[in-house]
Design a protein around this ligand. Structure first.
Ligand code: TXA
Ligand code: MG
Length: 317
């Protein structure tokens, strides 16, 4: 495995050559690093599942440089097109009805009759996709259930030899996975909150559904209760802190007494907090503290997405 620290054509050429051979390449996106493989190769897709230790029932997102690449694979309604035109390239994933007879591996969508699609905005991801031409599946480049990677070195630490190349595109500017919207149901539903808020989606689509359409079963199989989890226990909404705890603070003042402190954003800026969340969780997880206390993250929009990740990270194993 090698890591490149260059944003040049040579790295992109190398990444694409490996992907064409069915190898796995970690690529930077604006949200988190993705573990990319050829979406049309059953073998590459199967390797992604086994490298991540990911349950086979949990489908993957297809990344493309433009929607037309998937013209024969998915049905695109007017609503979906409006979302795509507004938010792509960017941190939005659309779950679309799958057409039969396409080239994308059936394993990618884990047997569902839908396919999740996104056009990322990171220039290196876009250039790799453009040069590759076809769709790439790319889940977050971490072992299943672990904290998502927002820096190339996180991927190296987590995935090790299972990835042929880690393309270093710097720290991810957003730091939280894409918002997932299922437009295959009526009304559409938000399956995963992210940097694009419910309100921004509803401005285009009107009111989103509440989840009733799925009868309570996990429609997005990845939305299991425990996810993004550090090895240390997490205590949420902490207003005080004990000396055996690490503190993940937000805003000022910070309660005193923690053995180690990281502040997601001293100015209580949510964009800054989202970008810092996963890397600070990783650092506190490596600290000598017994467990991690997290201050409340109040607010709507991005704050909801951050609370969602923290709730899953705190869920009991
Ligand atoms: O920001 C992101 O979306 C990152 C970057 C790398 O693009 N990718 C990412 O992938 O977060 P992953 O595999 O970690 O999360 C994909 C989520 C999972 O919760 C999965 O269950 C859901 O999307 N998903 C994928 N295909 C689906 C489908 N057909 N129907 C419902 N949910 C789906
Ligand atoms: Mg993930």
């Amino acid at each position: 495995m090698s890591t490149s620290f260059n944003h040049d054509e040579e790295v992109i050429r190398q990444a694409v050559a490996l992907l064409r051979q069915g190898e796995l390449v970690a690529i930077p996106t604006e949200t988190v690093y993705g573990l990319a493989g050829d979406a049309c190769s059953d073998e590459a897709v199967a390797r992604i599942f086994s490298a991540k230790g990911r349950p086979r029932f949990n489908p993957l997102i297809c990344h493309v440089h433009k929607l037309d690449v998937l013209g024969d694979e998915v049905e695109v309604s007017e609503q979906s097109r409006a979302l795509a035109e507004t938010f792509w390239p960017g941190p939005l994933t659309l779950v679309l009805p799958r057409r039969s007879g396409g080239n994308v591996s059936l394993l990618a969508s884990a047997g569902l009759d839908t396919l999740a699609v996104r056009v990322p905005q990171h220039p290196m991801a876009l250039e790799i996709l453009r040069t590759f031409g076809g769709p790439l599946v790319a889940p977050s480049a971490n072992r299943s259930g672990h904290i998502s990677p927002t820096r190339a070195e996180h991927v190296v630490g987590d995935m090790g030899a299972d990835v042929s190349l880690v393309v270093d595109g710097g720290p991810c500017i957003l730091g939280l996975e894409s918002t997932v919207v299922d437009v295959s149901v009526d009304p559409p539903e938000m399956l995963r909150p992210g940097c694009i808020s419910r309100r921004e989606i509803e401005r285009i689509l009107g009111p989103l559904g509440s989840g009733a359409a799925t009868g309570g079963s996990p429609k997005s199989p990845g939305l299991l209760a425990r996810h993004y989890a550090p090895t240390k226990a997490l205590r949420l909404n902490a207003l005080t802190v004990e000396s055996h705890e690490a503190l993940l603070a937000f805003g000022l003042p910070e309660p005193s007494g923690a053995c180690v402190v990281h502040n997601l954003s001293p100015a209580a800026n949510l964009t800054e907090a989202a970008a810092n969340l996963f890397s600070m969780l990783r650092e506190l997880d490596r600290s000598a503290a017994e467990s991690i206390a997290v201050m409340p993250i109040p607010g709507e929009g991005l704050a909801e997405a951050i609370r969602d990740r923290l709730r899953r990270a705190a869920a009991p194993p």
